[in-house]
Design a binder for this molecule. Sequence first.
Ligand code: G3H
Ligand code: ZN
Length: 284
Amino acid sequence: PLVSMTDMLNKGKAEGYAVGQFNLNNLEFTQAILLAAEEEKSPVILGVSEGAARYMGGFKTVVKMVEGLLEDYKITVPVAIHLDHGSSYEKCKEAIDAGFTSVMIDASHHPFEENIATTSKVVEYAHAKGVSVEAELGTVGGQEDDVVADGVIYADAQECDELVKRTKIDCLAPALGSVHGPYKGEPNLGFTEMEEIGNLTGVPLVLHGGTGIPTKDIQRAVSLGTAKINVNTENQIASAKTVREVLAANPDVYDPRKYLGPARETIKETVIGKMREFGSSGKA
Ligand code: G3H
Ligand code: ZN
């Protein structure tokens, strides 16, 4: 069933595992992620960036596609449809009105007081409708759709504490060295800060840029209160590889089902691997 992220993340934090947010890009991604979650008996968060929503038609198309698949596939595990990196109060409201069960308001690039004001406004609207809210502090490196960073800025622990207390968000994404897209070399995550922020705020933490983070770092982050990990690029790379292989091996193929079907299978296997790594398998 469609639910907010609140219960799944609180449970994950309490029991020591993280729920994966896997980003949607099209129908096949959505199918693959839902089938993986059901097969693994894992809760799951469907991440939808504003750019991906635009690509698929809009927020309403996304909600109706997900609702259709939940019925047709008879999905029983908890599923959240989450706006990823919402850029404004208006965009968050639009997503909620279309049926999203969770939103991220990313006002991290604005001055602190402005971030608090915008985030509070989103929380007020969202909570009245049972929708969960994620906010961000600091800067995640790299680029994802419309979200472009010109560097990595670590979140400040005191600001994190103040943001959580004043806005009443359900979870927090403190940028601590993670990057959207592939890492150049090993990631260097700020675990000391992560521990401090987890203890101070008490809310489940979110790790963006989940692609390419070694298992030991994932486990350490989870032990310090990270209950949500976002993955997009890894599924994109895996599916593109399969499409390339299928088309190269079969130059006469033109039916999209013949190359997108195998890509869907690859995405599903990748998501299952992540669910096992994050410890969410069997937790639905
Ligand atoms: O918001 C989405 C994520 O942070 C995805 O990061 O593409 O590096 O896996 P990634
Ligand atoms: Zn992100």
